[in-house]
Design a binder for this molecule. Structure first.
Ligand code: PEP
Length: 258
C-alpha cells in the first residue's frame, strides 16, 4: 500500500492568531502557486490552541486543502482540569491531527509513554489521528542504545491500541539532540530508527499494519535536507519545528518532490 507523505509544521508556542492567519494564507497562496497536489503530499499546520479557531475559519471559508492539528490534548473529557483541552473541544474545531508525547511535553511536563499511549487512544476514539512522538536523548545515542530505547517507547505507547488504530496513526521519530539544534540526523540515522519502528510494528501486529502506518522524521528538517531524508524507504514525512514558521521555507519542504 502506498503511504501518502505527510509534512506537519509544529509551531510550538509561536504566533498569535493574527500571525497564524497570515502564515496560513501565505502558505496556501505559495502552494497554489506551486500547483501543489495535496493528494501526493499532505500538508498540516499544528498551531497553538489559541490559533486553531482562526485556522479553521480560514481553511473552511477559503476551502483550503491544508489540514491542521493540535500540539497536545487531555486524557479527560471534561471537568476540573484547569488549563487542559479535551478531544471533544478539538473535534468541534475540525482538528484532524493531535501531536502526543512531543519531547518538550515529556521533558517539561513529565509525560510518560503510558500517558502518551492514553492520549493517543483518546484521540483515536474521537475520530482524529495521533502523531505519536518518540526519540532518544544524546547520551542514549552516544551509548549506542537509541534503537532499543525508541522501540521501548513504541512498545509502551502502542500497548493499548488495536491493529486498526495503529494502521491509521502517525509516528514521529525525533531524536532529541536534533530538535531545534540545527543538528540533523543523517538520512541513514533516520532510516535506521524508522525502519526498526516499522519492523517492530510488524512483530507486534502484522505486516499490513506496518506497511500502512506513516512514520515521520523530525529534527532540524529544512528545505536543504528534506529530499535526502524523504528518499529513505521508511520515512513517510517530516515533523518540522522552526522551519515551519516561514511560509516560503515550509512551502519548499512540502513541495520537495518538485
Ligand atoms: C519539533 O519541534 O518537532 C522539531 C522537529 O523542531 P525543529 O524542526 O525546529 O528541530
Amino acid at each position: 500500500m502506498a503511504r501518502t507523505p505527510i509534512m506537519a509544521g509544529n509551531w510550538k508556542m509561536n504566533l498569535d492568531h493574527l500571525e497564524a492567519a497570515h502564515l496560513v494564507q501565505s502558505l496556501a497562496w505559495n502552494l497554489k502557486d506551486a500547483s501543489h497536489d495535496y493528494s501526493q503530499v499532505e500538508v498540516v499546520v499544528v498551531p497553538p490552541f489559541t490559533d486553531i479557531r482562526t485556522v479553521q475559519s480560514l481553511v473552511e471559508s477559503d476551502e483550503l486543502s491544508i489540514r491542521y492539528g493540535a500540539q497536545d490534548v487531555s486524557i479527560h473529557d471534561e471537568g476540573a482540569y484547569t488549563g487542559e483541552i479535551s478531544t471533544g473541544m478539538l473535534n468541534k474545531l475540525g482538528v484532524t491531527y493531535v501531536v502526543v508525547g512531543h519531547s518538550e511535553r515529556r521533558e517539561y511536563h513529565n509525560e510518560s509513554n503510558e500517558l502518551v499511549g492514553q492520549k493517543a487512544k483518546k484521540v483515536l476514539d474521537a475520530g482524529m489521528t495521533p502523531i505519536m512522538c518518540c526519540g532518544e536523548a544524546l547520551e542514549i545515542r552516544k551509548a549506542g542504545q537509541h534503537v532499543s530505547y525508541v522501540l521501548g517507547q513504541i512498545d509502551a505507547m502502542l500497548a493499548n491500541l488495536t491493529a486498526e488504530e495503529v494502521a491509521k496513526s502517525v509516528i514521529a521519530y525525533e531524536p532529541i539532540w536534533a530538535i531545534g539544534t540545527g543538528e540533523v540526523a543523517t538520512p541513514e540515522d533516520a532510516q535506521e530508527v524508522c525502519g526498526a519502528i516499522r519492523n517492530r510494528i510488524s512483530e507486534l501486529f502484522d505486516g499490513p499494519v506496518a506497511e500502512a502506518v506513516r512514520i515521520q522524521y523530525g529534527g532540524s528538517v529544512k528545505s536543504s535536507n528534506v529530499r535526502e531524508i524523504m528518499a529513505k524507504p521508511d520515512v513517510d514525512g517530516a515533523l518540522v519545528g522552526g522551519a515551519s514558521l516561514k511560509a516560503d521555507e515550509f512551502t519548499k519542504i512540502a513541495t520537495y518532490l518538485k
